[in-house]
Structures are given as structure tokens and as C-alpha cells.
Design a protein around this ligand. Structure first.
Ligand code: BES
Ligand code: ZN
Ligand code: ZN
Length: 488
């Protein structure tokens, strides 16, 4: 997706279409959200007398003319003007791009909607984000559905335009990178493959360390080793560091669940649940995408991304229900369900990060529980947090970023659900109650008193249906929120 600056006074370049944003009027008609030349007005005015177009959100109509500089004028509806926010802008521009994929346009000019309450730069950012979203395709294993036109946007300040463009492009490319990885086959993105893929795409300024199974053994990370022991591809831990500030008193650690395939282990997942489990490393891909964006943006914050990586597989060597494993922290864990593996790999990674990297806060991101999807559906991801201040900041960041989350309680009484007869705790509660909460409470045992947030993205990371501005497949959920949180 390419964007070009066009000074507002410049003559419009030759293009395949001119995009005119429109709003729905209370009276039933519509209004234009940008100024139009005399020539254009002549083409569009006859439409006003018909009811063929009312500028409902996402509505589009193409008009043809030989008298203006483009052969087509596309009127694009955004709904009622008081409802137009960044999310509506993203949605409509994404829809426009998706619909242009099959048309083989080379270039379009997209007029910026003039909205009283919004700064032009914010409108421009949402337009670009929407267009990036609408043009995302995962094409590694098939032919492209089409190509997208380059977009010229008339805008006042070139400097501001270029700043916004850089911001949108870094954000959206790092998201596309994560989404591609989540969509890719598990035989490419296995633990070492995940590391190789990251290392070969890593931007300047980041440093990376790949820890192998021998190191994991030395560190006594038996929960991570246990989850990975049934697989032909051994576990790894990948650590990416972005440390632009000398003073390390503020240091955020992001930890991403990196199960490169979750078969469920010996408690195997059934048909219907297993098909998308190559995406069970979405948390790890997200934290990698976040730190990629911070480095490219040169954000002056110290951040480390920690990715425990394992394939939860089935073989004669697999860890078994009933096994008791000793965590790096010393806690013994009875494995009551091998499918509750995410919390195990995170527990050792949280403990290692907390005790060796001197963080000021920890945030883990994980496709942790199906229960979270049952509770919150596929739009909202779950937030668990032991600090009200941090939870508030994350909630605000999500709003600014255009994502939705809902805070769920770390309800201490439910620690009961994790009591074991044979070990210090068990990894999964029996029964169906409070599944997302008990997953979070398990993790809490490994964070001590540090400010910590846990994002459960099991319901939001992968979309079985195309909706809003996402196609089917990986969504990149949580990336925008975390970037907003860290940039603020
Ligand atoms: N990876 C799954 C969670 C998941 C479910 C992610 C649906 C994406 C979509 C996780 O490892 C898992 O299987 N959790 C179990 C926990 C249970 C055994 C306590 C679950 O949710 O059923
Ligand atoms: Zn599982
Ligand atoms: Zn899992």
C-alpha cells in the first residue's frame, strides 16, 4: 500500500478514481465532506435528486464522466456525521480498498473528510490505517486476489502528512508481519523456525538472543520443557531487547505465549477446536511486532520482549496428565490437563524475566483460554491486572488504538480451584467455571508483587469470519493497544 502527498492546491494527477467522502443527512439526502470542483459538481449533482445513494456507512456509488480529470468519481458514505469516529473511518476505508482489489486501478485520489471535531492528522491516520487493513491479504500459499491502487491524498502540510504516513506504515507493517506469522503453517513457524523468521526480519537497533533446550535445562524451566518434550522440534526462548535509555529504572517486559501448535497434548483437542491452533503463538508474534514498531519509531522506552516457544504435541515422549513438574520458581505443579499448556510456558518465562531482568512492569499476552471467548466473545479481549493505575492506562490505550478490552477480576478466592492433592498447585481447574480467571490466577503465582497485566486474546486473535476491517484469519489483536500504551 503506497500513499503520496498531494498539496491541496496542486492540480490533481491522472488517476483511476477520485474518492469523495459523504455523510448521511437527517433529511434523507447526503452532503459532501470535502470541497468539489465545478466540473465534479456537475457530475454528482444529478444524483442528489435521486435516492440512489444516501451515504449510509460503507455505501458506495461510482459515477463516470469524461469532463473531469479522473474517469470515475466514487462517492463513499460514512453515515451520520456525528457518528463518524476513527473506527468508522477505518471500517469504511478498509471496505473501499477491499472492493478495489479486483478492479486493477493503478492510482486513486482520496479527499480527506473534513470533520469539525477532528484534527486532520487524526482523520488522515485513520484513513491510512483503514486502507492498510482493507488491503491486507495473506497470500503466502495462494495467488493474490488482486492488487491495490496507490493513493494520493490532498493535504495541507507535507511534513505532517509524512509523519502520519510513517506512523501508519510502521504500525500496519508490524501488524501484517505478526498476522502473517500467525497464519503460517506450524511446520515453518516451529520454535526454532519462529526465531529464524524473527531474526531475518528484525529492524536495526534491536538485539536478540535465542536460548536452546540445554540452556532451558540449566535454568530449570521444567514447565516449558515439559510442554515441548513430546515434539520433534524442541522448545526455545527468544528474547528481543530495545534499550534506548541508559537509566533502566523504567523497564517494561512483554511476554508472549508462543505455542507454535497446540494439539492439546494427550488431552487432545477435538475437530472444530484444533484447526486454528497454529495460531497459538499469537501472543509471541504480537510482542515481537510491538517491539519491532518501537525500534522503528525510535521510541525512548526500555522494553524487552520474551517469547517462550514450544510445540504442544503428542508422542510417546509427551508430558502426561497426572505428572508433577517443578517450575523454575520452585513451585510444583500437577498437570491435570495437558491442554492448559500456555500458562505453563508463561509461568517459567515470567519467573525468569522477573528474577533476572529487573523489570518495573510485566505484561503477558496469550491465547490462553477458550473460556475468555465464551465470556467476552470475539471483539473484546480480556484484561487481568493487579494494578488499577496500569489497568486504567491500558484501557485508555485500547480506546485510542481502536481496540476493545474488558477487565476481568483476579478474584483471589478462586485460587481454591487450583489446589492439588499432590503438588503445590494444579495447572487446570476441573469443571467449566471461571476458566479465564483461574488461568490468570495461575500466572499470578509467578509475578509476585510487580505491576502486571495479562491479556487473554484467545477470542480475538483469530477471526473465523471476515468482519469490520479484518478478513478471515489472524487479526493482530493487542498489538495496537500495547504500542499506544508504550508510546504514551
Ligand atoms: N490455546 C488454547 C486456548 C484457545 C482456545 C486459544 C480457543 C484460541 C482459541 C489453550 O491452550 C487451551 O486449550 N486452554 C484450555 C484450558 C483448559 C484445559 C483449562 C481451554 O480453554 O479449554
Ligand atoms: Zn491448550
Ligand atoms: Zn494453547
Amino acid at each position: 500500500m503506497k500513499f503520496h502527498y498531494l498539496s491541496s492546491s496542486e492540480r490533481r494527477p491522472k488517476s483511476d478514481a477520485y474518492i469523495v467522502p459523504c455523510a448521511e443527512e437527517e433529511s434523507g439526502g447526503f452532503s459532501y465532506l470535502c470541497s468539489l470542483s465545478e466540473d465534479m459538481l456537475r457530475v454528482v449533482t444529478p444524483l442528489e435528486k435521486t435516492k440512489d445513494f444516501t451515504a449510509k456507512k460503507g455505501e458506495m456509488i461510482v459515477l463516470y464522466s469524461e469532463t473531469v480529470s479522473t474517469p470515475r468519481i466514487i462517492l463513499l458514505g460514512f453515515g451520520k456525521v456525528h457518528n463518524i469516529d476513527a473506527e468508522v473511518l477505518r471500517e469504511v476505508y478498509a471496505k473501499l480498498m477491499t472492493s478495489l482489489a479486483s478492479k486493477e486501478y493503478v492510482s486513486i485520489v482520496s479527499a480527506l473528510p473534513a470533520l469539525n471535531e477532528r484534527a486532520a492528522s487524526k482523520t488522515l491516520l485513520a484513513m491510512m490505517e483503514g486502507m492498510f487493513f482493507g488491503s491486507y491479504q495473506f497470500t503466502k500459499y495462494r495467488v493474490k486476489e488482486g492488487s491495490y491502487p496507490e493513493v494520493y491524498v490532498p493535504y495541507d502540510s507535507m511534513e505532517e502528512f509524512l509523519q502520519v504516513k510513517e506512523r501508519a506504515s510502521i504500525l500496519m507493517h508490524s501488524m501484517a508481519f505478526a498476522r502473517d506469522m500467525i497464519n503460517m503453517n506450524a511446520d515453518e513457524i516451529f520454535p526454532q523456525g519462529f526465531c529464524d523468521h524473527i531474526l531475518s526480519h528484525m529492524p536495526k537497533g534491536l538485539s536478540a538472543t535465542v536460548y536452546d533446550e540445554k540452556w532451558l535445562q540449566k535454568e530449570r524451566m521444567n514447565l516449558l520443557l515439559g510442554v515441548g518434550q513430546g515434539s520433534a522440534t524442541p522448545p526455545r526462548m527468544l528474547v528481543l531487547e530495545w534499550k534506548p535509555v541508559k537509566d533502566m529504572s523504567d523497564h517494561t517486559i512483554l511476554i508472549g505465549k508462543g505455542i507454535t501448535f497446540d494439539s492439546g497434548g494427550l488431552n487432545m483437542k477435538p475437530t472444530g477446536s484444533i484447526e486454528t491452533m497454529r495460531g497459538d503463538m499469537a501472543g509471541a508474534a504480537s510482542v515481537a511486532a510491538v517491539i519491532f514498531a518501537l525500534a522503528q519509531w525510535n521510541v525512548q522506552k526500555n522494553v524487552t520482549a520474551v517469547m517462550p516457544l514450544a510445540e504442544n504435541s503428542v508422542s510417546a515422549k509427551s508430558f502426561k496428565p497426572g505428572d508433577v513438574l517443578r517450575a523454575r520458581s520452585g513451585l510444583s505443579v500437577e498437570i491435570t490437563n495437558t491442554d492448559a499448556e500456555g500458562r505453563l510456558v508463561l509461568a517459567d518465562a515470567l519467573d525468569w524475566a522477573r528474577t533476572t531482568l529487573q523489570p518495573s512492569r510485566l505484561i503477558d499476552v496469550a491465547t490462553l483460554t477458550g473460556a475468555c471467548e465464551v465470556a467476552l466473545g470475539t471483539d473484546l479481549f480480556g484484561l487481568f491486572c493487579n494494578s488499577d493505575a496500569m489497568a486504567f492506562e491500558l484501557e485508555k490505550a485500547a480506546k485510542r488504538a481502536g481496540e476493545s478490552l474488558w477487565r476481568l477480576p483476579l478474584y483471589g478466592e478462586y485460587q481454591e480451584l487450583l489446589k492439588s492433592d499432590f503438588a503445590d498447585c494444579k495447572n487446570a481447574s476441573t469443571g467449566r467455571s471461571a476458566g479465564a480467571i483461574s488461568g490468570a490466577l495461575f500466572l499470578e503465582k509467578f509475578v509476585d508483587k510487580l505491576p502486571w497485566a495479562h491479556l487473554d486474546i484467545a477470542g480475538t486473535s483469530y477471526s473465523k469470519e471476515a468482519k469490520k476491517y479484518y478478513g478471515k484469519g489472524a487479526t493482530g489483536s493487542s498489538i495496537r493497544t500495547l504500542i499506544e500504551f508504550l508510546v504514551a
